[in-house]
Design a protein around this ligand. Structure first.
Ligand SMILES: NC(=O)c1ccc[n+]([C@@H]2O[C@H](COP(=O)([O-])OP(=O)(O)OC[C@H]3O[C@@H](n4cnc5c(N)ncnc54)[C@H](OP(=O)(O)O)[C@@H]3O)[C@@H](O)[C@H]2O)c1
Length: 261
């Protein structure tokens, strides 16, 4: 079974914006783009050669696959609203790492997941060649189609069930969302002291580069790794200026100390 040759994208946010362009680039037709905001629907639809729609009632039935790239909390609500619009046997998937596929089950028996495991922002071009595409469906035929579609998008396709995806997402929050927040903290501290954030960029890059061929645990350095209590005390005294950041420093330091004691 091949990949669906025509797809409707519901949602024109960060994921819709990039996934739509990738589908177009790989020669897959996008039939319609839905966004509640006309300008976003039009912009993406124009880029991918699709029809823009701003009301779910305007979504056309009989398209090969419907991809819901909407906020996690809106997936079930949007799927419910599509029930009177689409045929009952329509294939409907969502792109969320954190949301079970089962949220679609009450509305569309043929449902599944197309989760691109990457951080997407409109401002930044992703490299789809390296992005793991996690697919899953309880429907064997749809799963085969999603696998074929995934391989058009990226050579890095994995069948990941709901439980595995939930686990992956927790780990992803640590390695991406939390590290990025820590970069923000670093930037705020430097900004307050009128020092340029660029000074830290080689350090940030090397932190990631070192993971090639080494475990994060083996690559850990710093006062908590060494058990340098006096340095930690000086840092905590300095961070009295930034009580919210001090809390984070203390928690992470405690966690690292426990690991290396
Ligand atoms: N960004 C990432 O790094 C990333 C990575 C992998 C997976 N995901 C998943 O992909 C999905 C979309 O994420 P995103 O980052 O693209 O989010 P986003 O940029 O915030 O866009 C969310 C989209 O959802 C739409 N939406 C929200 N509530 C809605 C509602 N009640 N009815 C209809 N549409 C609604 C918004 O529509 P309007 O334009 O009309 O406001 C917007 O187009 C999420 O499930 C997320 O977990 C995200």
């Amino acid at each position: 079974m091949g990949y669906p040759t025509s797809i409707t994208l519901i949602g024109a946010g960060n994921v819709g914006y990039h996934l739509g362009r990738r589908l177009k680039a790989t020669g897959i037709g996008v039939a319609q783009v839905f966004s509640r905001q006309g300008s976003k629907a039009r912009e993406l639809a124009e880029a991918v050669g699709a029809q823009p729609v701003t009301r779910l009632e305007e979504v056309r039935p009989a398209v090969g696959l419907y991809i819901l790239a909407v906020s996690d909390d809106a997936i079930a609500e949007v799927a419910k609203k599509l029930v009177p619009v689409l045929a009952g046997d329509s294939a409907v998937v969502h792109t969320s790492g954190a949301t079970p596929s089962a949220v679609l089950a009450p509305f569309f028996p043929k449902h599944g997941i197309l989760y691109p495991l990457q951080t997407f922002s409109r401002e930044r071009e992703p490299d789809f060649q390296s992005i793991p595409i996690c697919i899953y469906s309880p429907d064997a035929g749809l799963e085969e189609q999603l696998s074929a579609l995934g391989r058009r998008i990226s050579p890095n396709v994995h069948r990941i069930d709901d439980e595995q995806r939930a686990t992956l997402h927790v780990a992803a929050v640590f390695v991406n969302n939390f590290t990025n927040h820590l970069f923000h903290i670093g930037q705020e501290i430097l900004r307050k002291e009128q020092l340029p954030f660029e000074l830290l960029l080689p350090l940030i890059q090397e932190t990631v580069n070192k993971l090639e061929g080494h475990t994060p645990q083996a690559m850990q350095t710093g006062p908590a790794r060494r058990g340098d209590g006096e340095t930690i005390a000086r840092h905590l005294a300095y961070l009295k200026k930034f009580p919210n950041f001090g809390e984070v420093y203390e928690l992470l330091t405690k966690n690292i100390l426990q690991l290396y004691k």
